[in-house]
Each structure stands twice: as C-alpha cells, then as structure tokens.
Design a protein around this ligand. Sequence first.
Ligand code: GAR
Length: 208
Amino acid sequence: MKKRIGVLLSGRGSNFEALADSVAAGRIPDAHIAIVIANREGTQGIERANARGIATKVIPSRGLEREAYDRQIVAVLREQQVDLVCLAGYMRLLSPYFIQCFPQRILNIHPSLLPTFPGLESQRQALEYGVKFAGCTVHFVDENLDAGPIILQAVVPVLDTDTSDTLSEKILREEHRIYSEAVKIILDGRFKIEGRRVIQLANQAAHR
Ligand code: GAR
C-alpha cells in the first residue's frame, strides 16, 4: 500500500511542490501526498496543492494555544491515515503532544547547516556572520526549535557577491533536492538512530 504523506506549510510551498514532483516522478516511490494543511489563509502553498488536485485544509492558528491547535491538526492527519508528516516552511513549533502522536515520523527542512543559524532568516544570519559555506538540513522534529536528529544536509558556497536573496535561491535548490531524498530514505525504513546520529542502512537491514 502507498505510504501517505501529510504536508504542513505556512507560505509559498516550493518545498511542498518539490515533494509533489518527486512523488509524481517516482523519485519517492509508493507514496501519495494525502493532505496539505496550512495554518494561514491565502497561502501560495495551498493554491499550488489545489492546482495539483491534492486535498487541502486551512486551519488558522492565530490566537490558539499551541496544544489545542495541534490537536486539530493531529485529528486531520489521523483521519487521513498519514504515515509521515513533512513540515515545508511551516513556521510553528510543535507541541509535545503532536510529537508523541508521530514518533520519528515528522520531518522538517531548514535553510541552514544546523546547528548553526536556527530560527528565522537563517540565510541572512549566515551572510551577516560571514560564513564561507551555508546550506540546508533535513531533520527529525522534536519539541525544540530546529533541533532533532539530522537526516541529510547539503552545502553551498557563500560568495562575496551574494545577497540574502541569491544565497536563499542557491540554498532552496538544494532544499528541493535533499528533502525528497530524505523522505525516500525514511519511508523506505533504511535507517537507524543511534543517539543523535541517523545512520543509513542497506535495504535488507531496514528499520521497521
Ligand atoms: C524554506 O527555505 C524552508 O527551509 C524554510 O522556509 C522556506 C519555505 O519555503 N523553513 C524554515 O525556516 C523552518 N525553520 P517554501 O514555502 O517555498 O517551501
């Protein structure tokens, strides 16, 4: 049976689109994006999902207490029998309740080489700090900000001529590539976690 992916987003949705392209092209085999949920009205991400005929739901988070909000999201993900939750530009911390409902089954993409530059505007933080290499990270999600075990990272050089925009663009291209690759690894179960280390396994020694 196809593995069911739930995507959570807050905005543009280019990482969602990259995942949807990978599913459609078979780069993430035997998978289906079951639902795309946004915590804001009027996002481009939801428009993109609608245009592809993927089921969507907007559940505004404004003014709601974290766990009360997450209970609504979890209810939808469960109703959709989601196997894996992918945060794709989802700008909210998850409650312990949410994390416990999907143990080792929530992934996030972040536009920096974690643990450097967590939080907002990571590309600008990297540029201002003066690092010569930046990049992106796909990691498991835990209760802390941008902090769970790392699945994949990709590096891009920072040039003297880079601006926040050009650096973001370069990083985004890598985000789109490694997010699909990480989702494939996790859905295949080809990994084990030792401490903080996510170790890829050959097919026969799968995780589940
Ligand atoms: C991406 O760069 C993603 O890594 C970042 O938001 C952008 C969303 O773009 N996420 C975070 O900063 C999460 N901490 P998208 O909506 O086009 O995928």
